[in-house]
Design a binder for this molecule. Structure first.
Ligand code: IFM
Length: 787
């Protein structure tokens, strides 16, 4: 029986609800991750109130990285848990593994961020009880979360015991990131835990408070419990048949890494956090679940009013898919703090330890750039702060400039990629992870995003303060990394991993070389530009970064970098020697719904010998640097490489979908859209255990707006070339282009573009210029449709 239901919503809630309709304790990870709630500051997995053996209870606070030991890399620590609540009915612990489940449904409402769980349960003693659980993480006050449970005995009166509070016996798969700290209770109600991370010394304050209210005004006996790494209340009371009791639990989480403490010393923050956070929490807790939830709901409403994308499709899942992606895109970013990146699993699981990858710049960044350019800027500012670690990494490796870490955490951590990974099926040892050492394209990816942002927004202030420096420093890195091949006279980039991580230690990866070249070209052009038009800025940057020398080196070497060209069949080798690799029948792996099944048969050394790709490599290159390649080359290479790609990374299908769309491969594009939207939402029940796939959320949005609507940045122009799948009759969305908010609706016949700004907006529609004055709406007939 399928556990998930994606078409539960009806009426105003149609395509807004993601539901789990069957409880199965073997698959807890799926809904813990995909129902994760948050606000960019907090991320809390939706573990159930009652505990189960296979659960992963995670609460993460963005930016609070800690290193457990010298052997481990820094990671986001799992915070004390406030979501658990043990409920005893006449002495039986409420658990869906005991007694009988008569009804079950857990629903994430994407519209307001609340998760509701309805259970009708018969206890082992035969008492039938209706439970209604609710939980939200506030968007109105980022520190606050609320849970509530209503318990209604159906056939008899019951005695109830609740054990609930703050559980500090938490870890990241065994690594304990917090000192014991202190615990106490105030005013017979407010439970407090103060702790510090062991290495980074982030001080944290966690609070919780309960409210119990029954229709009969039942007397509740409350007993405080403080034990090692735990502080709780035990509540005992009885209620009669058909009398509901309401239990609320409001919690608050604060740390010295909070934005408000940014401009004071760490010591000062440590002094004041306890009292300041206690005051904030108590004031909030007094408001109660309903009011706190309504405030948060209002913020969600505002978000959707601005950002909801309408997709009229024969299959409602297409609409749900983009909303689900946008829900997560909204809770994974702390829009106002430029010290923070976005984790590959956001704040929804331990996977990738909260670290940021190229996923941010290439897969997530466009979403924020199109919809909230200010937030997009903070992501690039984070990379600017990261220059410290990037310069450190370059220097440690004997290079110049800035070499961005493959995985990044806190702003000055530098490279944090772990060195060992999963088991090697052949040797039985842990496989080394080489990405932190040789997957180097990320430096060019960051530079690409900087330039893309500038072309998209025209934000000169950002470029002057941060952007140019990133581009110049990364260009220096490439110049020092390139090696001259004395035989050919060309420069080469050797011993890397490209985006396709099924190939290690390769030379001249097309993606890496072209992107590095682009990075250097940007540097050269921007130096020429500011030298000409902004002399003071040029001189200032020259003093800091030695632009004269950089320009000389660029002129000398950049055009000598080897860029792999199509062979006689029009195929660009993914890297040197690619065509000599062995063929492998991939059908078994292509058909598998589980990713990485090839590792069950081969180890990395063996995979290296075959023409098999984990994810798009050259295809991503075509997507990013589209203007460099003619359509026929793109088509041939797309088909050639797609056949060999297992899409074993969640980053793969989205770009393939966009390129398929552009190439007119409509059915394929639609299939890829469904595939991307199903990475976390699909029927596979284990693939999200370690957390949701952030980049794929960005990829789903890209597939809709950049793929099917065909809204892309080419040069300095915004180009619109819609290619709706035949199953869709309309899409409608908002975006911001060069400061002007645009509302775009595309149906089968025409596109309507409304400029909701005050100044005029210029764009290219199917290759022809269109100018839309502020407040004006234009309707454009699609090619081949009657005007
Ligand atoms: O950055 C990706 C990479 O491309 C594929 N493996 C997972 C990483 C994190 O999402």
């Amino acid at each position: 029986m399928e556990n998930m239901k994606y078409n539960l919503g009806s009426g105003a809630l149609e395509n807004w609800l993601v539901a789990e309709t069957v409880f199965n304790a073997d698959f807890l990870g799926k809904c813990e991750a995909i129902f994760c709630q948050g606000n960019g500051y907090l991320g809390i997995r939706h573990s159930l109130e009652e505990s189960y053996v296979g659960e992963t209870r995670n609460t993460f606070v963005t930016g609070t990285f800690n290193k457990f030991s010298a052997e481990e890399v820094t990671e986001l620590p799992n915070f004390p848990d406030v979501t658990a609540m043990d409920i005893y009915i006449d002495g039986d612990r409420f658990s869906l593994e005991k007694g009988e489940i008569k009804e079950y449904e857990r629903v994430l409402n994407l519209l307001n961020g609340e998760v509701l769980r309805k259970v009708v349960w018969v206890s082992p003693k035969g008492k039938e009880i209706k439970f209604l659980f609710r939980r939200f993480v506030s968007f109105a006050n980022e520190h606050i979360l609320g849970s509530a449970v209503e318990i209604l005995p159906v056939n008899d009166g019951i005695s109830i015991r609740i054990l609930s509070g703050i559980n500090k016996r938490v870890s990241n798969s065994g690594s304990q990131h917090f000192e014991d700290g202190s615990s106490r209770i105030y005013e017979g109600k407010y439970i407090e835990s103060i702790q510090e991370t062991t290495e980074s010394k982030v001080k944290t304050a966690v609070f919780t408070a309960h409210n119990i209210d029954s229709e009969q005004g039942t007397e509740v006996k409350a007993h405080p419990i403080i034990k090692r790494r735990g502080v709780y209340y035990q509540y005992d009371f009885s209620i009669g048949k058909e009398n509901a009791v309401h239990i609320e639990k409001i919690s608050g989480i604060y740390t010295t890494r909070d934005l408000k403490y940014r401009d004071i010393s760490e010591n000062e923050a440590r002094e004041v956090i306890k009292e300041e956070s206690k005051a904030d929490f108590i004031a909030e807790a007094k408001k109660g679940y309903k009011l706190l939830f309504e405030k948060s709901e209002a913020v969600w409403r505002e978000f959707w009013n601005k950002n909801d994308i309408t997709i009229n499709s024969e299959d409602g899942f297409d609409q749900l898919g983009i909303r689900f992606a946008q829900y997560h895109l909204n809770i994974m970013i702390k829009r106002d703090d430029n010290r923070l990146g976005i984790g590959a699993k956001a704040l929804s699981g331990e996977g990738y330890k909260g670290h940021s990858f190229w996923d941010t710049e290439i897969f997530l960044f466009p979403y924020y750039m199109y919809t909230d350019p200010k937030a997009a800027r903070t992501l690039l500012e984070y990379r600017y702060h990261n220059l410290y670690g990037a310069r450190k990494k370059a220097a440690e490796n004997g290079f110049s400039g800035a070499q961005y870490p493959w995985e990044s955490a806190w702003i000055d951590d530098g490279e944090v990629t772990p060195l060992m990974g999963d088991a090697d099926v052949v040797t039985g040892e842990a496989m080394p992870i080489l990405t932190g050492l040789i997957e180097i394209h990320i430096s060019a990816d960051v530079a690409f995003a900087v330039d893309e942002y500038y072309r998209f927004t025209g934000d000169t202030d950002f470029m002057e303060k941060n952007g140019y420096e990133i581009i110049f420093e990364t260009a220096k890195f490439w110049l020092s990394k390139m090696e001259k091949n004395e035989k050919s006279g060309k420069y080469e980039i050797l011993d890397v991993i490209g985006p396709d991580e099924y190939k290690e230690h390769i030379d001249n990866n097309a993606y890496t070389n072209y992107m590095a070249h682009h990075n250097m070209k940007l540097a050269k052009e921007y130096i020429a530009d500011i030298k000409e038009s902004r002399t003071a800025l040029y001189e200032q940057l020259d003093l800091k970064l030695n632009l004269k020398q950089l320009e000389e080196e660029l002129c000398l070497k950049m055009e000598e970098l080897y860029l792999p060209q199509p062979d006689e069949n029009g195929i660009i080798p993914q890297f040197d020697g690619y065509f000599k690799l062995k063929d492998l029948d991939l059908s078994k792996y292509k058909q598998s719904s589980i990713v990485g099944t090839i590792y069950r048969d081969f180890n990395m050394e063996q995979i290296n010998e075959y023409k098999v790709s984990k994810q798009g490599d050259i295809v991503v290159l075509f997507f990013l640097l589209r203007e460099l390649f003619d359509k026929e080359t793109v088509r041939k290479n797309f088909l050639y490489y797609e056949e060999k790609t297992l899409h074993d990374s969640s980053l793969s299908k989205c770009t393939h979908g966009i390129m398929a769309s552009e190439l007119g491969l409509e059915e394929m594009a639609y299939k890829f859209y469904k595939g991307s939207a199903s990475v976390d939402l699909g029927t596979e029940m284990r693939s999200s255990d370690m957390g949701i796939h952030s980049a794929s959320m960005g990829g789903v949005w890209q597939s809709v707006v950049m793929g099917f609507a065909g809204v892309r940045l080419f040069g300095n122009s915004l180009s619109v070339s819609p290619r709706l799948p035949k199953e869709w009759s309309l899409i409608s969305f908002n975006m911001v282009w060069r400061g002007q908010p645009l509302g775009i609706t595309i149906d089968k016949e025409k596109a309507s573009i409304k400029n909701n700004g005050e100044e005029s907006a210029e764009l290219m529609f199917e290759g022809l210029p269109v100018r839309i004055s502020g407040g004006e709406k234009v309707d454009i007939t699609l090619p081949g449709k009657p005007a």
